[in-house]
Design a protein around this ligand. Structure first.
Ligand SMILES: Nc1ncnc2c1ncn2[C@@H]1O[C@H](COP(=O)(O)OP(=O)(O)O)[C@@H](O)[C@H]1O
Ligand SMILES: [Mg+2]
Length: 697
């Protein structure tokens, strides 16, 4: 990276629980420690992090004084606390995607970083399946709050007292509040330390915890039909929870109740206040809880970014390494909208891998005239077309059809299932299983997944309720006001996704409806754009056995993952082709001087020719264009010739020592330079050979 000045990206992929997040952390740790100035740990005045006394609340480190490397690393436990949860596959499953781009200064030290996150799984805040958990921070707060916090945040009942957390007890299974080998109270201290290290002050930390507690209490605000009309809190417990939410968010309790149980519909010149049924009020409450939590998460990411990118002052120049840790491919008994989005992201990454490793590299060998026998691979383009649409039929795919159903006011999941099963019936990779009813299946690169349509429509609708936003934007707490201020000013989601429709007679309705799927696809598009500007490197995590048992390897299971990810074909290409390829400009700047000085010289000449060609082209006219046409291939030819001469010279001088290696030539025709390098056993000659195999752009 320092020589090439080319943005790099490390794409970490694999099944859920395969080790992506752990690998991403190791990479970040390595980069931070490898590039940290040697003096920094022993800097005068630099204090080591205080260790909390056992069982007692420690004073968190003072906000934002840690070195930049430490701040970047500490963003991991912080975001894991708020964005990771226990699933059936992994006790610490990331429920959001993350791309951390680390910037380096001219001396190669970390100068800053920027974190982008992708689609936090919002539905987990309000509903979880047994034996899974909601986000770690909820359990950490319930287990680790100090007695004063416990009283102030009304957490006396612990995790079992909150409906959103006890929901994992469905189906007769015991609720899952704790994790093996994890002390949630200790974890809370680490989370608070991490918040302090990334620069959040005490007031902000307190405000974050109050918001987390408010989300928990919201779940306990249950509704029953009111005696007159509409909905009212169902009993004293629900009323107390409503009071707790109002106090934690610093809004008036009656105003909160009105916002949850009524809806204002603005028609031409008139505002009609409609009272909601108990079920609709519960939906409104869940919508507020999800929205509040998602905004809190986004706020945390933005706060971390403000700190870590401001410190370094570095931009997204050529000296950066991005690390992508995105949710792994998922296939459960019941798969819904979350799995559809997660698996789409994995298909896109697989496509990127195919494009770079299989298509791009083989096309380049063909362009260079190398006698190459094409390595076949499984292209997943048809799967992406079934999910997202093709240029020829953009609306005929799963995501566009779900959006279309969301636009219809009375569409049900049965209608959606019928639409998908009839309109995509003849598409490759799509099938309509007989059981379960109203489902559809997609043949992904990593296996077949059956999706239920039951909750697809609800989960794809991202409602912003104007009453909620209006109420919280006027909160007495500056923190809560800040969470909602942007939305009120913009009148919509922070993501500013265009509304795709409304509910009922939409004109001026209090609801704004965004398609979650469309937002996610736009985010993915942005991510792919960024990745395409980087030189990609891949880490494939392989899960040794499906049960996550230590010390056990299931060979068939491992082989299946290697096959599905195209790893075997990638290895075949790497063995047959060139493991490293360098552009000539990098060769000249870096190794060319030592390995093959002629390359640098040749490049200078070529540059002069190219400049002359460009000048001629700028002057215009047929002669200018002719000069350009001559200059371009001349440049290429000369570069190859220069490389060949340099390699041959190095090879000749090394031949005596390398004679014994002469038998290693591969069974294909290679250019003279490469063949010479292969026959030579001298590192310089081999280095020159690698340079010679570089792209000529
Ligand atoms: N290199 C490793 N060595 C030992 N255990 C690991 C390693 N990588 C992952 N694990 C175990 O697997 C679990 C899941 O890893 P994680 O990185 O969270 O998976 P993913 O992000 O792919 O879903 C971790 O909590 C840890 O227990
Ligand atoms: Mg993970």
């Amino acid at each position: 990276m320092m020589i090439d000045e080319q943005r790099q990206a490390i794409l970490i992929s694999g099944e859920s629980g395969a080790g992506k997040t752990e690998s991403a952390k190791m990479v970040m740790q390595y980069l931070a420690h490898r590039t940290a100035p040697l003096a920094s740990p022993a800097k005068p005045g630099a204090k080591p992090l205080p260790k909390p006394p056992p069982g007692g609340a420690a004073e968190p480190p003072s906000a934002g004084t840690a070195p930049i490397e430490e701040q970047v690393l500490e963003s991991n436990p912080l975001l894991e606390a708020f964005g990771n949860a226990k699933t059936v596959r992994n006790d610490n499953s990331s429920r959001f995607g993350k791309f951390v781009e680390i910037d380096f200064d001219v001396a190669g030290r970390v100068s800053g970083a920027c974190i982008s996150t992708y689609l936090l799984e919002r539905s987990r805040v309000v509903s979880i399946n047994a034996p899974e958990r909601s986000y770690h921070i909820f359990y950490q707060l319930c287990a680790g709050a100090s007695p004063e916090q416990r009283a102030a945040l009304r957490l006396e009942a612990g995790a079992a007292g909150f409906r959103y957390l006890a929901a994992s007890a469905t189906g007769g299974a015991a609720p899952c509040f704790t994790l093996d080998n994890v002390d949630d109270a200790e974890e809370l201290r680490s989370t608070l330390d991490a918040m302090a290290i990334v620069g959040l002050g005490e007031a902000e930390r307190e405000a974050v915890l109050r918001t987390v507690a408010a989300v928990l209490h919201l779940g306990n605000v249950e509704f029953a039909p009111a005696p007159d009309e509409g909905a009212a809190p169902a009993g004293p417990g629900a009323a107390a929870a409503l009071g707790a939410v109002a106090s934690l968010l610093e809004v008036a309790e009656p105003a909160l109740l009105t916002a949850l149980t009524t809806r204002v519909i603005a028609t031409a010149g008139e505002r009609i206040v409609k009272r909601l049924s108990a079920a609709a009020a519960a939906e409104s409450r869940d919508s507020l809880a999800k929205n509040l939590y998602a905004r809190l998460f986004d706020w945390l990411v933005a706060a971390v970014n403000r700190k870590i990118s401001a410190l370094g002052g570095g931009g997204r120049g050529g000296r950066s390494i991005g690390i992508l840790d995105i949710y792994g491919f998922e296939s459960f008994q019941d798969n819904s909208f979350e799995q559809l989005c997660i698996n789409l992201a994995n298909e896109r990454l697989q496509q990127q891998f195919n494009q770079h490793v299989f298509k791009g590299e083989q096309e380049e060998y063909a362009r260079e005239g190398i006698d190459w026998s094409y390595v076949q691979f499984v292209d997943n383009q048809d799967c992406l077309e079934v999910l997202e649409g093709s240029a020829a039929a953009p609306a005929l795919a799963v995501f566009p059809l779900v959006d279309e159903a969301c636009r219809l006011p009375r569409a049900t999941y049965q209608d959606l299932a019928h639409s998908l099963r009839t309109r995509l019936a003849d598409r490759p990779r799509f099938s309509a299983p007989r059981r379960p009813q109203h489902s559809f299946a997609v043949e992904h690169y990593a296996g077949r997944v059956t999706y239920s349509t039951e909750l697809l429509l609800d989960k794809n609708k991202d409602f912003t309720v104007a009453e909620h936003v209006g109420l919280l934007a006027g909160s007495g707490s500056p923190f809560v006001r800040a969470l909602f201020a942007e939305a009120e000013a913009g009148g919509g989601e922070p993501a500013a996704a265009p509304a795709i429709g409304g509910r009922g007679r939409a004109a001026g309705s209090a609801f704004k409806l965004n398609s979650v799927g469309a937002q996610f696809r736009r985010q993915l598009q942005g991510l792919m754009g960024t990745l395409n500007q980087c030189a990609p490197h891949y880490i494939r995590c392989v899960k040794p056995n499906p049960e996550s048992r230590p010390g056990s390897l299931a060979p068939e299971y491992v082989l299946e993952q290697l096959r599905a990810g195209g790893v075997l074909e990638a290895v075949r290409i790497a063995c047959a082709g060139f493991p490293t390829r360098k552009a000539f400009r990098c060769a000249r700047r870096g190794q060319a001087s030592s390995a093959a000085p002629d390359l640098g010289l040749g490049l200078c000449r070529v540059k002069r020719w190219r400049r002359a060609g460009s000048r001629a082209r700028r002057r215009g006219g047929p002669r200018g264009a002719q000069a350009w046409r001559v200059a371009r291939p001349a440049r290429r030819t000369h570069v190859i010739a220069a490389g060949r001469t340099a390699c041959a010279r190095s090879a000749r001088s090394a031949r005596a020592a390398a004679g014994r290696a002469a038998g290693g030539t591969k069974p294909r025709r290679v250019s003279g330079a490469r063949a010479a390098c292969r026959r030579a056993d001298r590192p310089a000659a081999r280095r020159a050979g690698r340079l010679c195999s570089g792209t000529t752009s």
